[in-house]
Design a protein around this ligand. Structure first.
Ligand code: AMP
Length: 326
């Protein structure tokens, strides 16, 4: 079975965009591949989180992913820092990672611009750690967004370089993988994508009242004046959300109203809010249940770490031998 590795950033809560863009793919992949899903807590140190926040963020995101249906019986779900073998591989890979190539990485340059007072070496070697995360399990596929493409290119380069230096074919070159049906979930403010930094997101953990308030505040226009006219982006976005969470009948109902210029956005938003709540409420209940069951969370993390360590330590045995440690 092909091996898939994917990292999860322990920052913030999951929103509908994350769910339909990333989490759903995870749910599909865990049925089809040998999956390693890890919470990237070492990566998050580049921004110097407070000690209490570090572990709280990890627990929070773990509870949310489990509540969405990530299944510890199907995939290895672990916390990166529980698998120390990754650090060792990170060190070896860094010995053959060059300053110039790391400095040229776009995401490094972006971050260096954004946090000029904290351009630390961890930020520079972020792609090396990412490469270690991936190749330590000899992954063949990595589900990543387009913003990660350059890091994937570096991962392949580092795998290739290791193979060349040590005359081996130990590491396959992993490919970026975008499952066929990747939807882009729009925000509520009429501006493109839903995202946490955009401040336009509906979170899975939001309570019904919060969701109603957010949806009712969504940007609209003054309504169509010509039958069957094209929808402007703000309106198209609301219909996209309807398509994602509502029934086909509901979508058709409002679409027909729009086309005949009889649409009342207030009604559409009310319906949309209720359909979002119907979708998120069971997940929210599960998040709260799982988050309060510390024992279960610990068990999942332990089992996941055990599976990941088994795979990682087998690779590292070969790596050490190839490098010359006797
Ligand atoms: P982020 O919350 O920005 O760290 O995003 C994590 C992942 O969630 C991304 O790599 C995407 O796959 C997915 N994602 C985030 N926002 C959206 C969105 N609005 N629509 C679809 N997918 C999204």
């Amino acid at each position: 079975m092909e091996i898939v590795v994917s990292g999860i950033r322990p920052t913030g809560n999951l929103h509908l965009g994350n769910y339909f863009g990333a989490v759903k793919n995870f749910l599909q992949m865990q049925n089809e591949y040998n999956c390693f899903f890890f919470i990237a807590d070492w990566h998050s140190l580049t921004t110097h989180p407070k000690p209490n926040d570090l572990s709280a963020n990890v627990s929070k995101i773990m509870a949310e992913y489990l509540a969405c249906g990530l299944d510890p019986d199907k995939a290895a779900i672990y916390v990166q820092s529980d698998v120390k073998e990754i650090l060792e591989l990170y060190l070896y890979l860094n010995m053959n990672a060059y300053l110039g190539e790391l400095q040229r990485v776009t995401s490094f340059k972006d971050k260096a611009r954004k946090q000029p007072d904290n351009v630390n070496a961890g930020l520079l070697t972020y792609p090396t750690l990412m490469a270690a995360d991936i190749i330590i399990h000899k992954a063949q596929k990595v589900p990543v967004g387009r913003d990660q493409e350059q890091n994937m290119e570096i991962t392949r380069r580092f795998a290739r370089r290791f193979n060349m230096i040590y005359e081996t074919d130990l590491f396959p070159e992993p490919e970026s993988y975008t499952p066929a049906e990747s939807v882009k979930v729009p925000g509520l403010d009429g501006s493109g994508k839903m995202g946490k930094s955009e401040g336009n997101a509906i979170y899975l953990i939001d309570d019904p009242e919060t969701i109603r308030k957010k949806v009712m505040k969504a940007v609209t226009d003054s309504g169509p004046t010509q039958q069957n006219s094209e929808k402007p982006e703000v309106i198209e976005n609301l219909f996209t959300l309807l398509k994602i969470v509502s029934s086909a009948d509901t979508y058709e109902f409002f679409n027909e109203k729009y086309n005949s210029c009889a649409i009342r956005y207030g009604d559409l938003k009310k319906q949309l809010a209720e359909d979002i709540i119907n979708f998120t409420e069971p997940i929210r209940d599960r998040i709260l249940g799982i988050a309060s069951d510390k024992e279960y969370m610990q068990r999942v993390a332990n089992e996941g770490a055990e599976k990941a360590r088994e795979s990682a330590s087998a690779t590292m045995k070969e790596v050490r031998k190839l490098i010359g440690f006797k």
